[in-house]
Design a protein around this ligand. Structure first.
Ligand code: EPU
Length: 336
């Protein structure tokens, strides 16, 4: 366990915001969790972060930031059809996906390229290119802060939804996820429901394998999303809004090309990126902050922006989209 006082979070958030926190604690071993309680770290303001890839800091964090650094991927069960892997929260999502592809385990290849740690994946039920992590999660384990007791939730108890889970609702700020258990197929099974992925595979005309699908996902990602090593950003800034059918009908009259995805009998999901695009904001830039020119759902810190600047910028995007469409976009990113 390492504890740093008055520590800069610059290298610990992908938006590249330079703010200080009072204490920064790195947990390298599950047993160190007890020390956090003994030292009363949770009595004051605290924040548990993963890869910092879904956070926007708007001011210094007056409290303790806890980062999980625990590593380990354990094979706990294997049959001819599937495997169950128990993975420590601090494992990089990218390393886990590589491990699965290398071992011919099917199920996370569409999620290649998503930044962050394994422990954060269930919190917002990460998703991309037709897949969501909930589809391969078996269970999630950790410690409940308020009661200091361990928890183990089966997938059905995690209340997963679109970018949603129990860890963002009733357990918000009250759960330290220590392990995620995944069930993956050993039998080739591909999810090509995302049209852009199908098109990319047809273009390259290669046999369908885990590697070729992963390569196609990376190609699609690179064609739309900024390289987070070069630009500060946190992926999609807003959630895709879920609206009643009537709203879609109204908008379709004004914008005939509007896209929507079915959610349930009475609701559809709209593409927030398209709404921002329709508002003419794709590529819009104010100083150090801008809407990414290739995917309007992404806000980038071109260089040295403060959290406040990004906040003002995204509020302007919300306002402009609202004026045009009547829809108020909600951030997907955790604004702190
Ligand atoms: N669109 C536009 N203009 C834009 C962006 C999108 O017209 O500037 C249209 C597209 O043409 C398409 C539709 O909007 O018809 C949806 O776009 P896209 O397929 O690029 O996906 P998205 O809904 O904008 C979501 C996720 C992404 C994920 C992609 C691919 C959310 C908030 N975002 O974006 O996730 O990679 O689907 O599956 O659900 C992330 O969460 O950080 C993220 C990048």
């Amino acid at each position: 366990m390492r504890i740093h006082e008055h520590f800069s979070l610059l290298n610990y958030n992908t938006f590249k915001i330079d703010v200080l926190c009072n204490q920064f604690v790195e947990i390298e071993n599950d047993s160190e969790m007890d020390i956090l309680f003994e030292k009363n770290f949770f009595d004051d303001n605290y924040l548990i972060i993963g890869g910092g890839s879904n956070i926007l800091f708007t001011r210094p964090f007056e409290g303790t930031v806890v980062k999980m650094m625990t590593k380990g991927i354990e094979l706990v069960d294997a049959s001819d059809d599937c495997v169950v892997l128990d993975v420590s929260a601090g494992v990089e999502w990218a390393d886990f996906v590589d491990y699965c592809i290398g071992n011919q385990y099917y199920g996370v290849e569409n999620l290649i390229g998503i930044p962050g740690l394994v422990g954060s994946a269930p919190v917002q039920n990460i998703g991309a290119y037709g897949a969501e992590v909930k589809d391969v999660i078996d269970s999630v384990r950790g410690i409940r802060i308020s009661t200091r007791t361990p928890f183990a939730f089966a997938r059905s108890e995690c209340d997963f939804g679109y970018r949603q889970s129990v860890f963002k609702t009733i357990l918000k700020n009250d759960a330290i996820i220590t392990h995620v258990r995944f069930k993956l197929s050993r039998i080739p099974k591909f999810n090509l429901s995302y049209q852009g992925l199908q098109r990319e595979l047809e273009k390259s005309n290669v046999p369908l394998t885990l590697s070729s699908v992963a390569d196609a996902v990376i190609a699609v990602r690179n064609s739309k999303l900024p390289d987070i090593r070069k630009y500060g950003c946190a992926g999609s800034f807003f959630k895709n809004p879920i609206v009643p059918h009537a709203v879609l009908t109204e908008l379709s009259a004004k914008f005939p090309k509007i896209v929507s995805y079915p959610v349930d009998d009475s609701h559809v999901k709209l593409a927030a990126g398209q709404l921002i695009d329709l508002a003419g904001l794709k590529g819009w830039r104010e100083g150090n902050v801008g809407v990414w020119p290739l995917q309007a759902l992404v806000i980038v810190n071109y260089e040295g922006a403060t959290g406040r600047e990004i906040c003002n910028f995204y509020a302007a995007v919300q306002q402009k989209v609202y004026s045009l469409t009547g829809i108020w976009l909600e951030p997907e990113v955790n604004v702190i």
